[in-house]
Design a protein around this ligand. Sequence first.
Ligand code: PEP
Length: 250
Amino acid sequence: MSRSYYIAGNWKMHKTRAEAAELAKALVSQLKDGKHKYLVAPAFTSLETVAAVVKGTNIRLGAQNMAAEEQGAHTGEVSVLQLKDLGVQTVILGHSERRHVYKEDDELVNKKVKLALRHGLEVILCVGETLEERDAGKAESVCETQTVKGLLGVAAGDLARVVIAYEPVWAIGTGKTATPEDADAIHAYIRKVVGKLYGEDAARKIIIQYGGSVKPDNAAQLMAKENIDGALVGGAALKADSFVPIAKFA
Ligand code: PEP
């Protein structure tokens, strides 16, 4: 496979600055000989601290969200300009918690995707169906809609800075993982959707991560699948002891 593996850790609303620095330092030392692409996404409050630790290493710095506007009267929001100022290289957008808890819709996510790309950031665009949607046979169509609407207006030349994360909502933080076969089938479908939008070559190149209760003991089976190019890890990303074996899956 010509695509490289990309393992990302989403630390969500966890860790003080001291705790974040400690984890980042452990990852820097334990992943320095890692062969894949790596990212950590701490909470906004720890970005500056973690930036200082990962600078110049093989671990990228990510944010978990950003505002849809560049700046202005948006109390409580964080701007792309502020993220870049801290050294953020990547932003996770459309995470299921943003979509389902904070009611972000495809239009808002798309606005953020375009703004992040315009400012040179890499984007991890999350898509995924709820259990209800899966049971109704709509997993593919939900992922297709979120992919198509999320990428609306994104130029082909910017697609190299887009990663898609397939995260079935029912598998996030629940301990339930999609079987490697089920996940691979959706990844293949998303790749086909990207192909319809941007052509075969773009579809072959785009990195599609899987997210949803990825752990040290299921990472290798998931990564072995043809269309699974990495992982977006939540719970298991909070400790070096669980993130490192995922990041170094054999
Ligand atoms: C996530 O939130 O992106 C995620 C996949 O979480 P978890 O690994 O805990 O299921």
